[in-house]
Structure formats: C-alpha cells, structure tokens
Design a protein around this ligand. Structure first.
Ligand SMILES: [Zn+2]
Length: 432
C-alpha cells in the first residue's frame, strides 16, 4: 500500500473504545502509522485534513463478512469494485469469504486475492480460507499453508461446516494456528429448500419456510465443540432468537465464542416481504429476515454485549440473477454502503447504543475477533481511520452504489448519519 508522508487530522472528536479516548484531539500520521493523538499538535509540514464540524474520528471500520466474488464471478463484484464499495461505506478493511470459483481452499487463490487487493490500493483485504477442500465438507483444507499465505480464519460460508467431526478437527487445527473458525450455522435437513423465515408471513405468501431452530441447533453444536476443544468459534450472521440464547449461555460458561449480526437482521422483519413490492428478491437472504421477536433479540444482544460484531454479509448479485421468481433468486444483498447509515439511524440516534459501542461493534471488536491490525488509534497502530458524520443526511440510491451490484432493499431510504472520509495507511481513499 502506498503511504502519504505526513497527514494530520485537525480538530475532530476522537473516539477510540480500545484506549477509552473520547475528546477533541489532533491525530498525526507518519509513514502509514499513527504517531500521536494529542491536543493542538504543531502542523510541522504535514498535509492537513480539517475534520468537518461535528464529525467523529474513529479507528477504521472492519467488515469481517464480505463476498468479493473474485475469482470466478466478476460480473457480480471484483476485489477492486468491492473495496471501492468498502471505503465508500467507511470500511478500511474487509475479510472476504472463500466461496469463490474456484473456492479459496489453497494458497494460490489467497495470493491471487491479495495481489488484486494490492493493485486496487483501497481497503485492506484479509482472505478467509475454506475449512474443507472445495467446501465439500469432506476433507480438511491445508489450514497451515493457507494461514501462511495470508488467511486470517476459516469457514465454509455459504454452507455450514458439514459435520461435527469436521468442525472438531477444524477447531483443533485452527486453535493451534491461533485463528478462528467462522460458521454459517444452518442444519441442512431443517432448512430444506426453504426460502423465507418459517412463520405467518411465509405461510400467507406461500413460501417454503426455514425455522430459526435450523440455525440455533448448529450454533449449539459449535458452542459445545468450542468448549470441548478450547478453540475459538465465531458465529456468522445470526438471525434467530434461539441462537442469541445459545451464544449468551456459552459466553456465561467461558466458551470462546463470538458472533456477528448483519444490519438487515436488526432492521427488517419478514413482514417486509408483504410489500410495497411483494416477493421482492432483494429481501431474500440466508439466513432469512425473521419475525419481530427475532429482530428484537438481535437488538437486545447488540445492547447487552452478547453480539460482538456488526458485519454486513455483503453478497452482491447481478440484477439479472435477482430478476426472477422469489423461489429461484439467489440469497443475499449488498451491505457495505448501507451499514453505517443503518447503525447510526437505527441504533445510535434511537439511543439504543452509544457512539463508542458503535465503534466497538464495527472496528475494535472485529479486529480482536480476527486478530487483525487496527481497531484502535493508539500510537504505533496502522493509520486506518474512518471519519464519521453522525448528522449527515443520506438518501440511498441503489444505482449510485460503488458496488458492481445494486441488490439492496434500502433503495430510496433516508438516514441520518454517514461517512465523511476513509483513510487507509495514512492515505485518504474516500471523501464524501
Ligand atoms: Zn453465510
């Protein structure tokens, strides 16, 4: 990554949950590293970025659940377009899922992704490798080689880790390597060919249902196996109230379990499927939008600390792929450019969480969960910074998204709160 010589952020409210900092400070960056956070620093030849009035200087946001689609599905997204979307959404780093084509189950693919990221020079990219070869659920991939190539964790996302035995072995190896196993929790027999949350709305619309227990059964399995192995399991995109209970119970007895929730799961419920656009395929994701009690459980978990991370599960699909009947449409929505407005609007401005908690959920905790650089503005840290604008009015236009794909249910929505600037390694890579 190229590095600006010296950059100073002047006069913003610096909020860093990792160091407990909250106040008006200048931030001096040199050679891509934070040198000093202090009051009234001398400019001393540095390029100056005047922090806009009311803006917040935060450690760079990190999205640990992103599908960049390259290699193999470049019509949906590329590393370049996905990282452009990331920095426009305030994310200085993303971790990308291995369900590409070919699957990222060996070092060559990891190196290819890292090369593309270095060429794009936008957000940092941390590949996540497959747990099993070809994500087929049989043979464990070469986790050690993959970690050496740059993988920061392992998952078969898109699918669950197929069996308890495979999960146990994966946790044992990953534990030795000091990286987490991330699981897309879903019991395939209970999920069946379901396309929406099992409940009143799915019945009314004649859609096949997926019960919340399809998710939580596997969360319970994974928590038990993390307890058995002493290794770290991270539960991806939680959606069911039973899953929150399972994670909370695991944490209470000291199991190394962390979890994430995506913005759509604390914002929307399955009732959205009833209109204004019925059978809107931009409301089809996996796990599905669930009922109000589940959405409320996600909010409760975010407030009480059960939920560690907000991650988007950014899942780009081409318009042609989504423009089919609900049953046949692929699961997933884009999320990188809507996360910050949704978190501000629905969580911070409603008084549910504080600003430091927002930054912990989007930066400090994801860095810790995946052992990544950043997540703090402490001197000596990488100079990855997001300048947040809590009162910025945002009207989302799907067609204006930087992502190659426009599959969002939030087209036309208005929000209070956005991103003023994104800085990676001391270089301003996005400015509103
Ligand atoms: Zn998934």
């Amino acid at each position: 990554m190229t590095v600006a010589t010296k950059l100073m952020l002047k006069g913003g409210r610096v909020v860093d949950p990792a160091t407990g900092t909250d106040g008006i400070f200048d931030v001096l960056i040199e050679d891509g590293v934070i040198r000093q956070v202090a009051k009234d620093l001398p400019v001393d030849g540095a390029e100056v970025y005047e922090v806009p009035r009311g803006a917040i200087v935060a450690p760079g946001l990190i999205d640990i659940h992103v599908h960049l689609r390259e290699p193999g599905q470049e019509h949906k997204e590329t590393v370049a377009s996905g990282t452009a979307s990331a920095v426009a959404g305030g994310f200085t780093a993303v971790a990308c899922m291995p369900n590409t084509n070919p699957v990222n189950d060996h070092a060559g693919i990891t190196q290819f992704i890292l090369k593309k990221a270095a060429e794009a020079q936008l957000a940092r990219v941390y590949p996540i490798g497959a747990v099993s070869l070809g994500q087929k659920g049989d043979q464990l991939a070469e986790l050690g080689e993959q970690k050496a190539a740059g993988c920061v964790g392992f998952t078969d996302d898109g699918y669950p880790v197929a069996t308890a035995l495979l999960m146990r072995r994966a946790l044992e190896y990953a534990g030795m390597l000091g990286v987490p196993i991330i699981d897309h929790c879903e019991d395939p027999s209970l999920k069946g060919d379901g396309v929406a949350h099992e409940g009143y709305t799915a019945s009314a619309l004649g859609l096949r249902g997926i019960p919340g227990v399809a998710e939580s059964l596997m969360v319970e399995r994974d928590v038990s196996l993390a307890e058995l192995t002493g290794a770290h399991v991270h539960i991806a995109h939680m959606s069911a109230r039973q899953s929150i209970r399972a994670v909370r119970a695991g944490k209470e007895r000291g199991v190394r379990v962390t979890c994430e929730v995506a913005p759509h799961h604390f914002t929307l419920t399955d009732e959205a499927l009833e209109g204004p656009i019925t059978y809107d395929t931009n409301l089809k994701m996996n796990p599905p939008l669930r009922e109000a009690a589940d959405r409320d459980a996600m909010l409760e978990g975010i407030v009480d600390g059960t939920v560690d991370v907000i991650a988007t599960d950014h899942a780009p699909h081409h318009a042609d792929e989504k423009m089919v009947e609900f049953d046949r449409a692929p699961f997933g929505i884009v999320g990188l450019e809507t996360a910050v407005p949704l978190v501000f609007d629905r969580l911070v401005h409603t008084g549910k969480i504080t600003l430091p908690r927002m930054i912990a959920l989007l930066s400090t905790n994801p860095a810790r969960a995946m052992n990544l650089p950043g997540g703090t503005l402490a001197a000596g840290s990488v100079a990855d910074i997001t300048v947040l604008a809590p009162d910025m009015p945002v009207t989302l236009r799907a067609q204006a998204l930087r992502s190659k794909s426009k599959n969002t249910p939030f087209d036309g929505w208005t929000f209070r709160g956005g991103v003023a600037a994104t800085i990676v390694a001391g270089r301003i890579v996005y400015r509103a």
